[in-house]
Design a binder for this molecule. Structure first.
Ligand SMILES: [Fe+2]
Length: 288
């Protein structure tokens, strides 16, 4: 049976891609950010997941404002990147896992999530940069992938509670997959930031810290907030936190915090990393 080894939440700011391309990981500005991934790298090297299921938001590469699904799941054998205009190199394609994608799609639709299915799907920096951070190296493709796009761009957005429930449905779907694969769940974006308007440059350290604490120990409290409340507290683009909430929903059973890094600012954004390892479900521990 498939098993979720844990989840990772990470920032996906485009300038990270430029820094990687220029080899600036040890530059004084970037070092505190990139060094934050050390434990994640060791953990992933030891666990060797087969698949990464990635909750992210598309910024206009595959979907645009004329057609914006609330939730979309990739079901392709590979996923191409393309020039987004940020000046970052176009990534090599990422391998998909179409069989797992279709299993997840069938299960979540049965769970009354009416997702858009994408047998072709371009993936943007919100997908490519987190994978480049977790597995450095331009040609490094150690995992197959399942992209799940959440609309955090065109209002009305899905509620935090709805995203949490989608994550739970995806987690149940993975747990019921008969193939013996190890799955990492990833949520990308955030944390607090606002790129335009009167609050451009807005960062809310207190709210970010509260979110990270709740993602570890009490995600339901985070899921009870409204979308507009998160916009107010975390900024217009800080609402990408919805992807982290979906990731956390997919982690059934107990989790252990392996790593947390919070560094501000990266390109006007509060950058964060949270690594959560799945522990055995309580009922299994009691039975054992
Ligand atoms: Fe973004």
């Amino acid at each position: 049976m498939a098993r979720i080894i844990g989840g990772v939440g990470t920032t996906h700011v485009p300038s990270i891609g430029s820094a990687i391309a220029k080899g600036l990981q040890q530059d004084p500005y970037w070092r505190p950010f990139f060094d934050g991934f050390s434990v994640a790298h060791r953990w992933l090297a030891a666990e060797k997941p087969d698949v990464a299921v990635v909750f992210y938001n598309d910024h206009g590469l595959n979907f645009f404002l004329d057609k914006m699904p609330t939730f979309a799941i990739g079901a392709a054998s590979d996923y191409r990147n393309a020039d987004e205009g940020w000046g970052i190199p176009v990534s090599r394609p990422f391998p998909g896992d179409a069989a797992l994608s279709w299993h997840i799609i069938e299960q979540v639709v049965a769970d009354e999530f009416d997702v858009t299915t994408c047998q072709e799907m371009l993936v943007d920096h919100a997908f490519t940069i987190p994978l480049a951070l977790l597995w450095p190296g331009a040609d490094n493709r150690p995992v197959r992938t399942v992209p799940i796009a959440v609309n955090t761009v065109q209002h009305p957005l899905p509620s935090p509670g709805r995203c949490f429930k989608l994550g739970q449905a995806v987690g149940r779907a993975i747990a019921s997959y008969p193939q013996d694969v190890k799955v990492l769940v990833v949520g990308t974006g955030g944390l607090s930031h606002q790129l335009d308007g009167k609050r451009a440059g807005f960062i809310n350290k207190e709210f970010d810290a509260w979110c990270l604490d709740k993602l570890v120990a009490d995600p339901a409290a985070l899921a009870r907030r409204s979308t507009l409340d998160i916009v107010e507290q975390a900024g217009t683009q800080g609402v990408e936190l919805l992807n982290w909430i979906a990731m956390r929903g997919a982690l059934t059973g107990h989790v252990r915090e392996l790593q947390r890094n919070y560094h501000i600012p990266i390109s006007n954004t509060a950058s964060a990393l949270l690594v959560l390892e799945s522990e055995e479900p309580m009922e299994l521990r009691k039975a054992g």
